[in-house]
Design a protein around this ligand. Structure first.
Ligand code: SAM
Length: 320
């Protein structure tokens, strides 16, 4: 493949930038970085369902886990891209869906995909800054917020933390945040494993993947705890990533692994029937809940079972 060309398993799903642009990105202001990201998505094929994800198998696993955890009702997808995830969720779960993205190009793709979808109630797609959109939503007004590789594309950790705080604010008590984002912890776990078996580490950012600031699990989880969020579960796709990013490259070396290789399709099928364990791989899903308001019945005395129940921590069982 000539230098600068795009492999055919990635065409329309990747934005190409020069090394110079890549190095300049981190010297830009936060606002400029956002503008860079917005312009960068204009290089994608907006009608390709996987326009925003080179690895369509990993994307399908994300969608599966989002569908399994979504809370019906008013659902907002921040940085929805071309809306493919939201349309897939809307096929399965009743809801009043809104997808927000600041890329006109991708929102155009979302409208086109929505027109072709056979849904009784179509999602509403809004071309806007998702941070502004969120800021304008009233307190306690949304049942479920989805963020799929949106927070990781924000320009700084401060911006990420402030968006998470605003998500907490707009959720109704009992509402859910599905945070399906890059995990630095899982990414480094996978890289450590690759190194142990003689593979090189995958670079954290590159000219093809400029903007990712993956979440550090413990820091992100501390922040969510301080906001008052309750962690329902954390999912990952370790089995898939071990096959696709460790076994597969070992088998095809010295050739480069392809996203569309049959072994990756099989890895996705196997993972889709196995527990979604985090630890190895850059993508994770955190399922957070804003605690419901305490029941109105006042417990009469200490030791009252109602009181104990209200305050007992409850971690839902993992899917199996
Ligand atoms: C990696 S893509 C993910 C898109 C989609 N959630 C998905 O999973 O396919 C990140 C998206 O976030 C959008 N984005 C980044 N910052 C944004 C902002 N401030 N407001 C709205 N959209 C934003 C980009 O335009 C892009 O579509």
């Amino acid at each position: 493949m000539p230098a600068g060309d795009i492999a055919d398993d990635q065409r329309g799903r990747v934005s190409k930038h020069s090394d110079d642009e890549y190095h300049r990105y981190w010297a830009l202001s936060e606002k400029e970085r956002q503008e860079f990201v917005r312009a960068s998505y204009a290089q994608r094929d907006p009608k390709d369902p996987y326009a925003t994800s080179r690895d369509y198998n990993a994307r399908e696993l994300e969608i599966q886990s989002i569908i399994e955890n979504v809370k019906p009702g008013t659902i907002v997808d921040l940085g929805c891209g071309n809306g493919f995830t939201l349309l897939r969720v809307a096929e399965k779960v009743e809801g009043d869906y809104t997808g927000v993205d600041f890329s006109e190009h991708l929102i155009g793709g979302a409208q086109a995909l929505a027109n072709g979808a056979n849904l009784p109630r179509k999602p509403r797609f809004v071309c806007a800054d998702a941070i502004e959109h969120l800021r304008n939503l009233p307190n306690d007004s949304v049942d479920c917020v989805i963020s799929e590789r949106f927070i990781q594309n924000l320009p700084s950790i401060d911006w990420q933390r402030s968006v998470v705080a605003d998500i907490f604010r707009v959720l109704k008590p009992g509402g859910r945040a599905l945070v399906c984002e890059g995990s630095e912890t899982g990414f480094e776990g996978l890289n450590d494993l690759r190194e142990k078996v003689g593979l090189t580490r995958i670079p954290a950012t590159s000219a093809e993947n400029i903007s990712a600031i993956r979440l550090k699990d413990s820091e992100f989880e501390d922040h969510c705890r301080q906001l008052g969020f309750k962690l329902v579960r954390k999912s990952g796709y370790s089995l898939f990533f071990i096959i696709a990013r460790v076994l597969h490259p070992l088998l095809v070396a010295p050739n480069a692994p392809r996203f569309d290789a049959e072994i990756n399709n099989l890895a996705r099928t196997i993972q889709s029937h196995a527990p979604f364990e985090p630890g190895y791989g850059g993508n994770e899903l955190w399922v957070y809940e804003k605690p419901a308001r305490p029941a109105t019945r006042q417990p009469s005395k200490i030791g009252d079972p109602v009181n104990e129940e209200m305050h007992a921590p409850r971690l839902e069982p993992r899917r199996s």
